[in-house]
Design a protein. Structure first.
Ligand code: SF4
Length: 379
């Protein structure tokens, strides 16, 4: 018999404010509209109240946008609201995304005083040229300053880095990796730059103003990430994620295991009782609907059991631990290899997938370089 959907034990809250929109950014962001902060917080309170009763969680993640762009008083109100409606269990992981440019003592103190215990710092690069091309508003000096500041309060600090940026060379990427490794972070996420439709980078590439990095250069950069982080004592546990032992991001693991999670804020997506709902991405629509007593949900889907099983394969293959066939059967009701049997056979034969002695199927190291083309065969 299939397991019923348990009540989520994870929550995500989206804070959409940023100083400006970076050219590659496809997130739900409002730039230069800080006057909307009070209305955002009021609307968030209405959305949270609709939960009816506080929902205890083991992981909380406040992302954006730039949550730390909020002035300290507003940041404090936000965190109080979140902690009331999603009371964290004693050993909960409580992450907040932060940008090097706007972190100051006051804000970091507010985070620490409200029980935040993990910071995800959006560093992206350590060289000025790449930071400027990405249109980030922080500079090298901000990284050092903000790192020293957060480390005074938090042990668990993750860094986000981007490779495959136009103009970035293997040498400049190596400089970024080495500079990041010298800081000895507990966790690192390295992402290849993508060009999402609707972003400035998308149109600039179309016009020929930006030239995407060559595929073989991106492959070399990814290989260098793996090499650097392994040498620095971090374990790769997901396609883009590396961690010191004991510091895996528990919140992201909820997503990758196909478990449920609450979510609030404009554009936020939740997965509760097998139903996926996404809020309106437009900040003003989201606020207005909540003010008028209407649902902030723009879109929803309930996956069929087979689609849910396929999604679990896609998510599970991103994890270096791979998929446990027995666990998969219990969670979905499907034999793992009964879905797309030819794709399993083909990728096991080509060596992009492997089966471990304990019955898990996972990407091999070679498979991680072509993960997208392997995973697409299970959709
Ligand atoms: S700081 Fe992050 S969220 Fe804000 S615009 Fe830039 S990439 Fe997007």
């Amino acid at each position: 018999m299939l397991r019923p959907f348990p009540e989520p034990r994870a929550a995500y809250v989206h804070v959409p404010f940023c100083v400006h929109r970076c050219g590659y950014c496809d997130f739900t962001v409002v730039a230069g509209k800080d006057r909307l902060i009070p209305a955002y917080l009021d609307a968030l309170e209405i959305e949270l109240e609709a939960l009816g009763t506080p929902r205890p969680v083991d992981t909380l993640f406040v992302g954006g946008g730039t949550p730390t762009h909020l002035p300290p008083k507003d940041l404090s109100r936000l965190l109080n609201l979140i902690r009331y409606w999603f009371p964290p269990s004693p050993a909960a992981e409580f992450s907040v995304e932060a940008n090097p440019a706007d972190l100051d003592h006051k804000r970091v103190e507010v985070l620490a005083n409200h029980g935040v215990n993990r910071i995800s710092l959006g560093v992206q690069a350590f060289d000025e040229q790449t930071l400027q091309l990405l249109e980030r508003d922080h500079r090298q000096a901000d990284i050092e300053r903000s790192w020293n500041l957060v480390r005074q309060y938090f042990e668990n600090v993750s860094l986000d880095l981007i490779f495959g940026v136009p103009g970035q060379t293997l040498e400049t990427w190596k400089q970024t990796l080495d500079a990041a490794a010298a800081l000895q972070p507990t966790h690192v996420s390295t992402y290849g730059l993508t060009y999402e439709k609707g972003t400035r980078f998308w149109s600039r590439r179309k016009k020929g103003e930006l030239v995407a990095a060559a595929e073989n250069l991106e492959t070399e950069m990814y290989a260098l990430s793996m090499e650097t982080w392994t040498a620095a004592g971090l374990e790769q546990y997901e396609i883009s994620s590396f961690t010191r032992p004991g510091f895996r991001c528990r919140h992201n693991q909820v997503y990758w295991q196909g478990l449920g999670y609450w979510a609030c804020g404009p554009g936020a997506a939740r997965y509760v009782n097998g139903r996926r709902e996404t809020n309106h991405r437009s900040m003003t629509t989201w606020i207005q609907r909540l003010q008028q007593g209407l649902s902030p949900v723009d879109d929803f889907e309930e996956l069929s059991p087979a689609d849910r099983a396929r999604e679990l394969i896609v998510l599970g293959l991103r994890r270096c631990d791979g998929i446990d066939a027995a666990e998969f059967l219990a969670q979905t009701g499907f034999e793992l290899r009964s879905l797309e049997p030819h794709a399993w056979q083909r990728h096991l034969a080509t060596g992009f997938l492997e089966e471990t002695e304990t019955g898990r199927i996972r990407l091999t190291k070679a498979g991680r370089f072509v993960a997208d083309s392997v995973i697409v065969d299970f959709l």
